[in-house]
Design a protein around this ligand. Structure first.
Ligand code: HT7
Ligand code: ZN
Length: 847
């Protein structure tokens, strides 16, 4: 398959002035009639053939201005030669037949448990009808749906409906990837919203009958998102209705189709009995994310798919701001950085590394990555830090006024910041064009009068990019006196050169707090003593760095345990004990401080330090570390657990969730010293899923919990979203020597519906999340995951390809493991009929 290159971009030959679609829905033979009003694009002077994308379509007829024409049709589209096109504007009509029932790839029009739905991003619309399926072709759409189903939905505002039909009109020009259609037997959970300027908007969340009492939190999140976007970004909603539909078979989290968001049901449906606090937080964030796309993605879209971060990075940044405002900024920042390091740093340091704006791809679905999304958001965070709150607000206002209704680029985005603030961003642009996580070394010097920090940045080679220039790195720094007082409040230093020093007056040697708030997505390298880390954990006024000090202390210790057999000493144990029982601190923060470093994170850190990680040893030492902490805190844990019990009914707010998080962390520790007695009691008493799952995991981690698993299945066996948890948690928390056997057994469970992406992820994905189980020395983990990817690939290549990233870390490990992963990658590469999706991923991972 050929790669697509950013450098080859050309505007489309024609303009689409209007689109009218009629759908006659039938599972095996849906008719799609399209009438496109087209005209030559003045941006592409001359006469051009008309090329339309189209895949897996049975063509019935093509007409221009009512007359049949003989189009040239091939496997990827149709061409109508220039000489057959009238001069000026004309109407092209096509009629095709498609089979949604057989569409297992879940792209285009497909069926999920009797319901019709669509997924068009990135290139699914071409599986629905012939069309210029590219984001820079924007047009207003009118849609008629004919089907004998009670609910028929599409984008925009309703025009009319009758028995067996409905019509919709979307006045806002949009690219085809934002098209959506849903038809089924659904019920709505509804509410009203009035925008700041007085527009009445009907809000509906459409679900299957029986699920409507699990929509309240999603609806509340939607209303808060709409208000927040008005208040913080001055952005109002622009249609009379906003519909959300929950679907069980979905490749990703959700999709921002104009006026008709489609969601994976697991990110909509929640009740205290079925959803954990993490689920509630994720629902809030994803509802907000998709809603915010209405302006950042829909009103202003991307010129081409290389600009994907333009909408995704910005929308993630906005949803992170929103969640911070709704909950705790400190806790949200720590969680976001944990995620960034776990997923994006991992990607950036391996064979799949790519720039935030890539310059080539084979399959665009493979580029919905942590780099585009999360690093894309970090880059915007840095821009904001560099230009300040006001500069950011001016730049965003200019972005919305200048580019509304357009398909824009990263150059356009950076230009609004330059024009709004007068700053030259030529060097900053490297964050978009160069892959890899910069490493920043720091040295300090104090001469009795002044204190100097010297930074050196190193930008590592990544695939296809051996050499890189220095980046603009905003480094937020504060200085503390040895007594803990802050002598320099947070100040942003701008590192622009390979090596650079910054001097501060200081009569006493200060303690530096560097990279406050994680002000740039870099790895900071600095030799710091355990005493200084403990000091910062106790005294840093920046909550992120306070947490970071504790984490670094734990990681240094775990690294010494793994490499030297060191024992957990009082420096770490006492420091964590102080935070755990400090009632002046937010319980959510204390819970995060108690969380041990992850095994994959540890493997990556050891590898970066030149040590080949041994997954089994990391697992064992991390366990020893948890046991030592449990013994140290043990006597005080029952009191803490008792004090954190919430008396009233469950509420999903951040305060209550933080208390539950700390309570569950304490229960998990206590299980290591009381054999699970307290966890078993907490499980029996739990009246909400957060505590039910939290206590169950605590039990599984100490080799118990089998009875509780049986009871869980008996109670929740008919609930798909809840049962996904049941599958996932017993694999993710299995002993490494048993993880493969547990997974294999669960693949034989009658409810292992592997064609459902959520279920596939909760079984096969859970095995790859069990670090020592997946990287087991026998190679059985690698084999099992590869077997299942090969099985899924012909049916759902998008999900198979996404899940293949389990293998991306192979260069870290020993020669045996490397050889075994390479053998699996070679086996996949050689599989007959391998998809373009999985084929590209495997080829990139093989290097
Ligand atoms: N913009 C969407 C990304 C997306 C997607 C969603 C569901 C299924 C397949 C998909 N391909 C791309 C989701 C988002 O970022 O908001
Ligand atoms: Zn998005």
């Amino acid at each position: 398959p050929r790669a697509v290159h950013l450098a080859d971009y050309q505007p489309y030959t024609h303009r689409v002035e209007h689109v009218a679609l009629t759908f006659r829905l039938a599972p095996r033979a849906t008719r799609v009639l399209a009438a496109l009003r087209l005209s030559p694009n003045p941006g592409r002077p001359g006469r051009h053939d008309l090329r339309l994308d189209g895949e897996q379509l049975r063509l019935i007829a093509v007409r221009i201005e009512g007359r049949e024409v003989a189009a040239r049709v091939d496997a990827t589209g149709m061409t109508i030669p220039a000489e057959m096109l009238p001069e000026g504007g004309f109407t092209l009509e096509t009629e095709v037949e498609i089979a949604p029932e057989g569409n297992t790839a879940l792209e285009g029009l497909y069926m999920s448990r009797g319901m019709y739905c669509t997924q068009c991003e990135a290139e699914g619309f071409r599986k629905i009808t012939y069309y210029p399926d590219r984001p820079d072709v924007m047009a207003p759409f009118r849609v008629r749906i004919e089907a004998d189903l009670p609910v028929l939905l599409s984008n925009g505002n309703p025009l009319g409906q009758g028995p067996g039909w409905a019509e919709w009109e979307d006045p806002w020009p949009k690219p085809a990837y934002l098209f959506a259609l849903v038809a089924g037997d659904l019920v709505a959970h509804s509410a009203d919203f009035t925008t700041a300027s007085g527009r009445a908007v009907a809000l509906n969340i459409w679900v299957r009958a029986g699920d409507q009492d699990r929509c309240a939190y999603a609806m509340d999140s939607l209303i808060r998102s709409m208000r927040w976007d008005e208040e913080v970004y001055g952005r109002e909603y622009d249609l009379d209705v906003f519909n959300i539909v929950a679907v069980d078979d979905f490749n990703m989290g959700a999709m921002e189709n104009k006026g008709l968001n489609i969601f994976n049901s697991k990110y909509v449906l929640a009740s205290p009995e079925t959803a954990t606090d993490d689920d509630f937080a994720r629902i809030e964030a994803i509802i907000a994310h998709e809603y915010f796309h209405n302006w950042t993605g829909n009103r202003i879209t991307c010129r081409d798919w290389f600009q994907l971060c333009l909408k995704e990075g910005l929308t993630v940044f906005r949803d992170q701001q929103f969640s911070g405002d709704m909950r705790s900024h400190a806790v949200k920042r720590i969680e976001d950085v944990l995620m960034l390091r776990a997923r994006q740093f991992r990607e950036d340091g391996g064979p799949l590394a790519h720039p935030v704006r890539p310059d080539s791809y084979v399959e665009i679905n493979n580029f919905y990555t942590a780099t585009i999304y999360e690093k894309g958001a970090e880059v915007i965070g840095m821009l904001k830090r560099l230009v300040g709150e006001e500069g950011y607000a001016r730049a965003l206002d200019l972005y919305f006024t200048r580019h509304d209704g357009e398909a824009a680029t990263i150059e356009d985005w950076l230009r609004v910041f330059e024009d709004a603030t007068g700053r030259d961003l030529a060097q900053f642009k490297r964050w978009y064009t160069e892959a890899g996580t910069p490493r920043v070394k720091v040295w300090e010097e104090w001469d009795g009068e002044s204190y100097t920090l010297t930074f050196e940045q190193e930008n590592p080679a990544t695939p296809g990019q051996p050499e890189k220039g220095a980046k603009v790195i905003p480094i937020a720094v504060g200085l503390l006196n040895p007594n803990g007082d802050e002598v320099l409040p947070t100040t942003v230093l701008e590192l622009t050169q390979d090596r650079q020093s910054f001097r501060f007056p200081a009569a006493a040697r200060p303690v530096p707090s560097i990279l406050r708030g994680f002000s740039a997505p870099v790895v900071l390298e600095r030799d710091v003593s355990p005493e200084e880390r403990a000091f910062l954990l106790a005294h840093d006024t920046d909550p992120f760095n306070k947490w970071e000090a504790g984490r670094a202390l734990a990681k240094d210790l775990l690294a010494r345990m793994v490499t030297e057999g060191a024992a957990p000493g009082p420096d770490w144990l006492d420091a964590i004990a102080r935070v755990t029982f400090d009632e002046g601190l937010d319980p959510a923060f204390r819970a995060l401080a108690l969380r041990l470093p992850g095994e994959d994170d540890m493997a990556s850190t050891l590898h970066a330090g030149g040590i080949t990680p041994d997954p089994a040893r990391i697992w064992a030492e991390r366990r020893r570390m948890g046991e030592a902490l449990a013994r140290r805190l043990g006597p005080q844990l029952p009191g803490l657990i008792e004090a954190l019990a919430e008396p009233g009914p469950f509420t999903p707010d951040a305060r209550a969730a933080g208390r539950r998080a700390l309570r569950i962390a304490a229960l998990a520790l206590l299980a290591r010293v009381d054999g699970g007695r307290a966890a078993r009691a907490a499980h029996a008493a739990a009246d909400n899923m957060t505590e039910e799952v939290g206590a169950l995991i605590a039990l599984l981690e100490v080799g118990a919990g089998q009875e509780e698993l049986v009871a869980f299945e008996a109670r929740w066996g008919r609930d798909r979203n809840v049962m996904d948890k049941w599958f996932a948690l017993q694999i993710a928390h299995a002993h490494p020597d048993q993880a493969v056997a547990v997974t294999e057994a669960l693949t034989r469970h009658p409810d292992f519906d592997w064609k459902n992406p959520n279920r596939f992820r909760s079984v096969i994905g859970a095995l790859s999340a069990n670090h020592a189980g997946f990287h087991h020395g026998s190679g059985a983990g690698y084999r099992l995951v590869a077997d299942w990817l090969l099985r899924l690939d012909p049916l759902n290549p998008q999900t198979a390809a996404r899940m293949s990233t389990a293998f991306e870390t192979w260069p870290r490990y020993d020669a045996d493991r490397q050889g075994m992963v390479q053998a699996e990658l070679a086996r996949m590469a050689a599989a007959p009929g391998l998809s373009r999706d999985l084929g590209e991923m495997v080829a990139r991972m093989r290097g």
